[in-house]
Write a protein that binds this ligand. Structure first.
Ligand code: ADP
Ligand code: MG
Length: 696
């Protein structure tokens, strides 16, 4: 039966000539089921095979395209090991060509044929030779132009994909426009048809650099199209959440807010103040807050969260804050406790180590509505923990929690679900650009504390060769003599080696080399009581030097600590180094951070250490990290899969993400037919994806 002439974008890939059941299955595994999916499978790079060279001028090592006549072709040997040898020529010379393991080539070309070749010029017994070049009879698809290179899918090679996609473009013919005309005009986007043609069939005069950087009008159109749909879907998602589940608007007045501020032992910085105002404005609204508070290590996010917690209580609700470690939860309880007490707010701390009797009492009070604020670890997510009236949930160091845990805390909205969702505030010291946060964290609003509490002294950072350990010992001694304190952090040395052993060894070394200095030990494998004792001892100033594993990495706050020594600093990521350094410089005395480097250093490790030494700005370091690691992963957050994007790259295409945000807001709300129709299509596409993508 003849194929119908014109195919629709939503037709199955099996309509493309050359795609049978086996290839269709491979494509389906890669998420490509329709013609549209196939057309949106973009090349990851382009290879310049456009300029055809004469044989006469060729040099060993260069990659070149040739248009030549076959003078001789011959199969040598048999079976899979057979090779094909040929001689080709142009006006100025002749060249030997050999193909290994592609015996069928002998049957596809014959003496006298004009063919195109692309490959790297090699040498064989003194003669120039092309080995395994790309061969094309007419030219124009695989050779003789700027050629799109596709990532292999299963057994489908880049060459096969190129042929299938090229055939698909012809099959589809006319591609309907998918964006409202006004949107396209406002963003200056070319038509969909031209864009799909452009990315797969670059024009003759295409500049390879621009194409390879994905900075063409064609790329821009397709990336913006995807970002628009994604962001519009986020907007729709949010407005649905809003209409289905109202929040818990809280009434505050200025007098109440200033009373809360007065409970703090210091004045908020202007950055903290602005963040708090934004948060309180959210909490005063009918729509549940869904906000990320970011700010560099040590900027004082806890104080802002504390004010919000107290505000929720004065507004008539319970509030909770969850931290990733027991140490951090206890520290929060200790910091927030007195502020709460001074406003007659009750506060308790719940962790996996809370005794049975206390736990029973806390859970009882919580359910009865007699307890106002609960501080804790993920222990507060257990099913037995139920609030009578949770109005605000805060998650500290949120990147340490999974999406499900975030959702679980929010779902603790109390028995009375029709009252709607509690407000949610998540905090992180892992700074990422605002628009990136949008894709990484879904539909969270973001605000940033961009200043530091007054009186902070910049931490002096030094990279010291591990061989200079004696110098470190002297620094530790001097620190203890000044009545200040120090951390020495030892990482796991090798895979399989436990951190614990490293820390224990370190403690023994320090005991021996620092007689008279009080050394403590803190690591993850200690019992709860041991950990608590070490941390409390350090906080109380009874321990001078704390030998630790990376448990001290997040959040720990001891202002009298002025020296941080990071052993094997070359093994840490930039974000971790920055977090560790952030443990000092919290008081008014000058602080130092020593990064011990063990040779030999990889180029990457050297670049990281250079970066950490030359900047103490978390945002600058985040960008460096991005540059060093490439767009795949930044600060532990995997980009792929988070958002389900396949054309746009939120890192590479950051500025386009920004450019489309406002338009997406418009599309989500506009009432003209085109916009309504657009929303219907966006819902259809993103609806099912969000089920797995939503960030709680
Ligand atoms: P982070 O943002 O890293 O969580 P913390 O909340 O632990 O930072 O605050 C770091 C330190 O700064 C704490 O000791 C806190 O008491 C102090 N601090 C926070 N805000 C202020 C402020 N406005 N003025 C003075 N000190 C502050
Ligand atoms: Mg913190």
């Amino acid at each position: 039966m003849p194929r119908p002439a014109v195919a629709e974008l939503r037709d199955p890939v099996s309509r493309v000539p050359g795609v049978g059941p086996v290839r269709a299955a491979s494509l389906a595994d890669a998420g490509i089921e329709t013609l549209e999916d196939l057309l949106l499978y973009l090349p990851f790079r382009y290879e310049d095979r456009s300029s055809v060279r004469p044989i006469a001028g060729l040099e060993v090592g260069e990659r070149c395209a040739l248009e030549v006549k076959v003078e001789r072709v011959q199969r040598v040997g048999r079976g899979r090991r057979a090779r094909v040898e040929a001689t080709v020529s142009d006006d100025g010379g002749a060249l030997q060509v050999v193909w290994f393991r592609q015996p069928y080539i002998a049957d596809s070309i014959a003496k006298g044929d004009i063919v195109w070749l692309f490959g790297k010029v090699g040498e064989h017994e003194g003669d120039l030779q092309l080995v395994n070049p790309v061969l094309e009879k007419g030219g124009g698809l695989h050779v003789g132009r700027l050629v799109p290179i596709y990532r292999r899918i299963g057994k489908l090679t880049p060459g096969v994909l190129r042929r299938l996609i090229d055939a698909c473009i012809d099959l589809v013919g006319e591609v309907p426009e998918s964006l409202p005309a006004a949107t396209r005009r406002r963003l200056g986007l070319i038509e969909r048809q031209a864009a799909l043609g452009g990315v797969h069939r670059p024009p003759d005069d295409a500049d390879p650099r621009v194409w390879n950087a994905a900075r063409t009008a064609a790329h821009r159109r397709l990336v913006c199209e995807e970002f628009l749909a994604f962001q519009t879907a986020l907007q729709l998602q949010r407005s649905r959440a809003t209409s289905e589940a109202a929040g818990r608007p809280m009434a505050f007045d200025e007098a109440r807010i200033s009373a809360i501020r007065e409970a703090l032992p210091f004045e908020l910085t202007s950055g903290q103040d602005a963040a708090l105002r934004t948060i309180l404005a959210d909490m005063g609204g009918r729509i549940p807050m869904h906000r990320l508070l970011q700010g560099d290590v040590g900027c004082g996010k806890t104080a802002v969260a504390g004010c919000a917690l107290l505000a929720a209580v004065t507004g008539g609700y319970q509030a909770a804050i969850m931290a990733p470690t027991e140490i951090l939860a206890r520290q929060h309880a200790r910091t927030l406790g007195p502020w709460a007490a001074s406003r007659d707010v009750t506060l308790e701390c719940l962790t996996g180590n809370t005794g049975a009797a206390s736990r029973r009492r806390i859970l009882g009070a919580l359910a009865a509505g007699e307890l106002d604020v609960l501080v804790g670890t993920h222990a507060i997510l257990e099913p037995e923990v139920s609030f009578s009236n949770l109005g605000l949930a805060v998650i500290d160091e949120q990147h340490r929690f999974g999406v499900r845990q975030r959702a679980a805390l929010r779902a603790k909205g109390g028995a009375n679900q029709q009252q709607g969702w509690p407000h949610l505030l998540v905090m992180t010291a892992t700074p990422i650009p605002r628009t990136l946060a949008l894709t990484v964290y879904g539909d969270l609003d973001v605000c940033t504390i961009d200043d530091m509490p007054p009186g902070r002294q910049p931490v002096v950072s030094r990279v010291v060769p591990a061989a200079d350990w004696q110098r470190v010992i002297e620094m530790l001694k001097a620190t203890a003599q000044r009545g200040e304190q120090a951390y020495v952090v030892a990482p796991r040395i090798e895979e399989g080696d436990d951190e614990l052993a490293a820390a224990v060894r370190l403690e023994a070394d320090l005991q021996r080399q620092l007689p008279g200095v009080r050394i403590g030990l803190l690591h993850g494998a200690q019992s709860h009581d041991e950990k608590l004792a070490a941390m409390e001892g350090f906080r109380a100033g009874e321990i001078d030097v704390l030998a630790a594993t990376t448990v001290v990495e997040v959040g720990v706050d001891v202002a009298n600590a002025t020296l941080m020594v990071v052993g094997h600093a070359e093994r840490f990521g930039l974000a971790q180094l920055h977090q560790l350094r952030g443990r000092v410089g919290r008081g008014s005395a000058p602080s130092t951070c020593v990064f011990l480097a063990h040779e030999p250093l990889s180029a990457m490790a050297r670049a990281r250490l250079d970066a950490i030494r030359s900047s103490d700005d978390g945002f600058v370091l985040a960008e460096k990290d991005l540059m060093l690691r490439g767009p795949g992963e930044v600060l532990g957050i995997r980009q792929a899969g988070v958002a389900g994007l396949r054309v746009g790259d939120p890192f590479r295409d950051h500025e386009w993400l920004e450019a489309t945000r406002e338009e997406a807001e418009r599309l989500a709300a506009a009432e003209d037919d085109e916009s309504i129709d657009y929303r219907r299509r966006v819902r259809r596409y993103w609806g099912r994806r969000f089920a797995t993508v939503q960030a709680g």
